[in-house]
Design a protein. Structure first.
Length: 166
């Protein structure tokens, strides 16, 4: 009986050690970085989102350009209003590690008065252009549809990516 037990135990140990090492993924999925980095302004930003979401109310699935006053980026016009807020919070703000008010006038989110908001529009166009080029590249292993960068790829939680602590 004791021998049988030892045999079973040995088999388990053998199996455990024989299992192949986990391959390291070629491309780190975005989800790993999401859990590692936290925006110091996250709580404030969640409150702003909550406030806007309450104002949006039942129109949350309507196109952003119909719900909001000043959507100029073509590919953001048709997305649901609710999704625009997600991009603002988890995309733009988190990438730069800033509060919504780094780009927005607190009492009027439609205003373009703040320079960083206008810069963000230009950045959005650049990031789109890079993604278009990535998908046209001929010598990458990854399927064209899987290739993309986002604001976080460069910014890593900093307003100026060239000043990120490495
Ligand atoms: C890095 C700059 C930046 C940050 C940070 C940012 N936004 Fe924006 N936001 C923009 C830009 C740019 C637009 C306009 C997009 C366009 O023209 O299509 C916009 C548009 C909006 C709009 C639509 C306003 C209207 O009526 O036209 C809302 C609402 C909004 N943002 C909410 C937020 C919230 C809430 C946060 C924080 C969680 C936030 N934003 C953080 C840049 C930013
Ligand atoms: C290819 C790298 C790269 C990507 C991708 C990128 N940025 Fe930038 N961004 C930069 C660099 C570099 C600067 C600093 C430019 C300077 O002032 O010299 C910058 C500056 C900015 C600024 C100005 C900040 C300020 O307060 O002056 C904003 C706003 C901004 N980025 C928003 C965004 C947003 C939003 C996205 C995603 C849609 C994005 N960036 C994607 C590289 C990038």
């Amino acid at each position: 009986m004791r021998l049988l037990f030892a045999l079973v135990l040995l088999t388990i140990v053998a199996c455990a050690t024989a299992s192949p090492p986990q391959p390291t993924p070629a491309r780190a999925p975005d989800s790993t970085t999401v859990t590692k980095y936290r925006n110091p302004s996250q709580e404030d930003n969640d409150l702003y989102v909550q406030r806007v979401a309450e104002w949006v109310g039942t129109r949350k699935n309507e196109p952003a350009a119909q719900v909001f006053k000043n959507i100029q980026i073509e590919w953001l016009k048709g997305i649901p209003a609710e999704r625009l807020l997600l991009i603002m919070n988890q995309g733009y703000s988190r990438a730069l590690g800033v509060s919504c008010t780094h780009c927005h006038v607190e009492q009027d989110f439609a205003s373009d008065a703040k320079r960083p908001k206008r810069a963000a529009r230009e950045m959005a166009v650049m990031h789109r252009g890079v993604n278009d080029q990535l998908r046209q590249m001929q010598h990458l292993e990854s399927p064209a549809g899987d290739r993309s960068i986002n604001c976080f790829t460069c910014h890593r939680g900093a307003i100026n990516p060239n000043q990120v602590d490495q």
